[in-house]
Design a protein around this ligand. Structure first.
Ligand code: C5P
Length: 311
């Protein structure tokens, strides 16, 4: 029986700006998302009955119906009944609870993989729409590359590929951040500053920190892009996790083009122009921090989302 093997890249946020509240209870966002080549590998095998089986090499990943990849398979069965079941095997390389969309990208891989396995012929935007019902980052994980994400995160505009940049990712193994906690705390602390009307939200978008970053991205100006990294959630996560704040400062001191926390954290990334610079930065940071709890990865920006391994 054929196995479909999918590569599911992580993402970092070059920018995450919180604009205001949405009627659906989520936040209205402006984000610039970037895929990186640290990826989970997902194998899908058809099962003759309606069963969904999930396996993962990481002991902390839930294997029940709460797992987003499992939920993606249930969603596909609901929309396309009588196609059978699936065995999902996740080789987890992306750290969990990290702000790198590890769970979302696995779910995106299940959507893309079942579309292929069941020969459905769904379009990118149909897959993204299905993904949006499960999580705000899933549509981007399907698309990948570099993109502007607005609304809840599902309203995507592709941007020019920036795959000549490298990102060193750093995360303390023992730390993770709950995304709902980060947004809830942000609302408690900064809710009174939210743009309240659609007009005020539009003005905030037009005048906000995304403007210079998008100009730099559209010009593929890799010297300017790192100057305009931005993440509102740092305002709640860094005070809560002084170790992450110290890590971010250390990246700056050691020297990189720019550094920022990704998503709701606690992963911090630092940008370099070459792989050799990224490797040197990783080695230097490991040496100065001297903490076995700190994990580091050298990654390159990549121009695609979910891919078949053979593609
Ligand atoms: O969509 P997703 O399940 O990834 O979102 C996780 C949590 O993050 C939501 O439950 C919500 O608390 C918060 N969130 C938000 N506004 C967004 C995206 C996420 O408030 N646009």
């Amino acid at each position: 029986m054929q196995t479909y093997t999918l590569i599911a890249p992580a993402k970092i946020n070059l920018l995450l700006e919180i604009i205001g509240d949405r009627p659906d209870g989520f936040h209205e966002l402006v984000m610039v998302m970037q895929s990186v080549d640290l990826a989970d590998i997902i194998d899908l095998k058809a099962l003759p009955n309606d069963q969904i089986q999930l396996h993962c090499n990481h002991p902390d990943v839930p294997l029940d119906a709460s797992n987003l990849a499992h939920r993606a398979a249930v969603l596909m069965q609901k929309h396309f009944p009588d196609r059978g079941g699936v065995e999902i095997i996740i080789q987890k390389n992306i750290p969990i609870g990290a702000g790198l969309a590890g769970g979302s990208t696995d779910a995106a891989a299940v959507l893309v993989g079942l579309d292929l396995m069941w020969n459905l012929g769904l379009t990118q935007s149909e897959l993204q729409e299905l993904g949006a019902t499960l999580g705000s980052d899933i549509p981007f994980c399907v698309l990948g590359g570099t993109a502007l994400a607005m609304g809840r995160g599902e309203d995507l505009t592709p941007l020019p590929n920036l795959d000549q940049l490298y990102a060193v990712l750093a995360k303390y193994r023992s730390l993770s951040v709950s995304t709902p906690w980060a947004y809830k705390t942000y609302r408690q602390q900064f809710g009174e500053t939210y743009a309240q009307t659609p007009e005020a939200q539009e003005q905030r978008r037009r005048e906000g920190p995304s403007v210079p970053l998008l100009t730099a991205v559209n010009h593929k100006d890799t010297a300017q892009i790192p100057q305009y990294l931005y993440n509102d959630l740092e305002r709640v996560v860094l005070p809560q996790h002084p170790k992450v704040s110290a890590l971010r400062k250390k990246f700056k001191q050691v020297g990189c083009l720019g550094t920022m926390m990704s998503g709701s954290g606690p992963t911090v990334f630092a940008l370099t122009k070459t792989q050799a610079e990224a490797e040197a930065l990783k080695t230097q940071l490991q040496a100065v921090m001297g903490d076995p709890d700190l994990e580091l990865w050298v990654t390159q920006f990549c121009g695609s989302g979910i891919q078949l391994e053979s593609a």
